[in-house]
Design a protein around this ligand. Structure first.
Ligand code: MV4
Length: 594
């Protein structure tokens, strides 16, 4: 194999995916450059990279989304290419163009393909022209509720109203009957405006019980496109995938060939290169295109397990101009892989984000087990970013054995200090619905079933003191990061002790109140930091325990804050559009008897 043209690549991301990309770069003999925010000074991706640069303050807009600062670091470091991971700038066509202008390679598709697939109406139109089946509905934006009403009569109810700028379920509303259409239309438009600054919507027939089945493709710059089979991602909550598997339980050889061809046609229609995913709905053996994700996805690992293809390595080689080293007939699927997303969330409390400090941490291992993670003991999980802290992927000969292996690995997984979805995954893996390959939709929505998920130890603890004879420190010189080992007495404050060598920062040892909304007594305190999206009660209102008080946006999720007890609401401090930090009083709730 000729050597790839890159000698240094910058990874414009954080967390597990940044670590994943750095591993691929290491194996290719390419130097890696990490970037980080002030909140990520101790993060794993920073330690794993060849060199690292500070971008700015914690909030993503000031760090991981700060394109000007990134361009500066690219120049300073001498990186020749950028891997964007997923999220942040991964599907930002303007960023891809900016790199192109600076003669830096974007490890991803052409900006034109990002644009084409970014507008869901444009994508539907292009796919229809290419002979790719789309969910029946409109390919043009629908301007008014009145126009929607007429079109809906033709499509037939129920109707899905979706935001054109959307994707991943944002701005998705369902109207079961004609008199619900106005609400659905306005709701989808409002969400489109809020998240994508685009209020245009389109209509689809709403499929009542589909499976989410997506096909992984790889395309080189020479025009060869192959698919790596499919993944079933039907276990989702509020459009966040929780569990993925490959192959999909309901897909046989014939269907696989059919949807594989659809995916390849879709990629070719937009002149795609790199790794991409065609998402679709499978209902009664019929497959419909939903959208294309023009990036590497969180769940790419299950496909790596069943095909043996290193998708991130292929992305890098393709970007460097290498032709694919294998053809479609070389792709063979072996066995079954399952991925559980390990999110810092409390499933028993409506999947509330559970930021905090990881006190004790031990990953499962052994045959057929892979963990892609961005945390170690001492890592602080901040509410600033996505709640997914790790992924547990298992492989075995078939679905039943993979399920047993997943249950064994979940049992081995030790995380203390923060709540995670591990108890939820254990319960799903043990359920009859999962065994029957059902979508488990009723379990995920069943509040009493979720409430029963008992949590194990969550208190921080452990002794992570280290002797002071030798300590490593991290220093930033003009924003570039260096690890310095100091022998003798610890030096004073101006430097941040690195998490390496076990020298945890004081914050890592602070005990946290465990999880959920609380604060003791009458006070309802915010369990997280975020922006107040909606307030649903007024001062003086009488509420039941569990009543919805307000919705706080954090970790890219809308989090429902509910009354911790029944009583009268006073001292309501939250306002729509305002912000709260962890521990802030939201309201005081006084019981009638007090
Ligand atoms: C749909 C649908 C039914 N009909 N579109 C969109 C984004 C992705 N997260 C799921 N989406 C859906 N789009 C039409 N016309 C149902 C879903 C859906 C879903 C589909 C399969 C399995 C699980 C799902 C969970 C929520 C929504």
């Amino acid at each position: 194999m000729p050597r790839p043209m890159f000698s240094k690549v910058l990874v414009a991301n954080r967390g597990e995916i940044a670590v994943r990309v750095i591993r691929a770069l290491d194996e290719l003999g390419i130097a890696s450059v990490a970037v980080y925010s002030e909140a990520d000074r101790d993060a794993q991706h920073v330690k794993r990279a060849g060199e690292a640069y500070l971008l700015g303050p914690g909030p993503a807009t000031e760090s991981y989304l700060n394109v000007d600062k990134l361009m500066e670091v690219i120049e300073t470091s001498g990186a020749e290419a950028v891997h964007p991971g997923y999220g942040f700038l991964a599907e930002n066509a303007a960023f891809a163009r900016r790199l192109e202008e600076a003669d830096i390679t974007f490890i991803g598709p052409p900006a034109s393909a990002i644009d084409a697939m970014g507008s869901k109406t444009k994508a539907r139109e292009l796919m229809q022209e290419a002979g790719v089946p789309i969910v029946p509905g409109t390919t043009d934006a629908v301007e008014t509720v009145e126009a929607a009403g007429k079109i809906a009569e033709d499509i037939g109810y129920p109707i899905a109203v979706k935001a054109a700028g959307g994707g991943g379920g944002k701005g998705f509303r369902v109207a079961l009957e004609p008199d619900k259409l106005k609400d659905a239309f306005e709701g989808a438009a409002r969400e489109g405006e809020k998240f994508f600054s685009d209020a245009t919507v389109y209509l689809e027939r709403y499929l009542p019980d589909p499976r989410h089945v997506e096909v992984q493709v790889l395309a080189d710059k020479q025009g060869t496109v192959v698919h790596l089979g499919e993944r079933d991602c039907s276990i989702q909550r509020r459009h966040q995938k929780l569990i993925e598997e490959s192959p999909a339980p309901l897909v046989d050889e014939e269907l696989r060939r059919r949807i594989g061809k659809i995916a390849i046609d879709a990629a070719k229609a937009v002149g795609y290169h790199g790794a991409g995913t065609i998402e679709g709905l499978l209902q009664d053996g019929e497959y419909f295109f939903l959208e294309m994700n023009t990036r590497v996805q969180v769940e790419h690992c299950v496909t790596e397990a069943t095909t043996g293809v290193d998708i991130v390595r292929e992305q890098i080689l393709i970007a460097a101009g290498e032709p694919l080293s294998f053809a479609q007939e070389d792709v063979r699927l072996h066995g079954h892989a399952i991925e559980c997303r390990i999110n810092a969330e409390d499933a028993s409390k409506n999947f509330a984000p559970a930021p905090g400090t990881v006190a004790h941490y031990r990953e499962p291992s052994g045959p057929g087990v892979r963990v892609d993670s961005g945390v170690i003991a001492g890592t602080e999980i901040t509410p600033l970013y996505d709640p997914m802290v790790a992924k547990l992927i298992v492989w075995d000969a078939d679905r039943e054995r993979a399920t047993r292996r997943m249950r064994r690995a979940l049992d081995e997984y030790e995380i203390e200090g923060v709540k995670t979805l591990i108890p939820f995954h254990k319960a799903i893996m043990a359920s009859e619905q999962w065994a029957k390959a059902e979508t488990c939709r009723d379990l995920i929505e069943d509040k009493s079933w979720l409430k029963e998920l008992a949590f194990e130890k969550v208190e921080a603890g452990g002794d992570d003191e280290v002797p002071i004879e030798e300590r490593s420190y991290t220093v930033e010189v003009s924003g570039k990061r260096f690890e310095v080992v100091v022998h003798g007495e610890a030096i004073a404050a101006a430097v941040v002790p690195a998490g390496a060598n076990g020298a945890a920062r004081p914050a890592a040892r602070r005990e946290r109140k465990s999880g959920g909304a609380g604060g003791g007594g009458d006070t309802l305190a915010s369990p997280l930091q975020g922006n107040v999206f909606k307030v649903l009660v007024e001062e003086g209102a009488d509420v039941e325990e569990g009543a919805l008080i307000c919705i706080i946006e954090a970790m890219k999720m809308e989090n429902e804050i509910t009354a911790h007890k029944a009583g009268k609401v006073s001292g309501l401090t939250v306002k729509e559009g305002g912000s709260v930090t962890t521990g802030d009083t939201i309201a005081v709730i006084t019981s009638a008897s007090e």
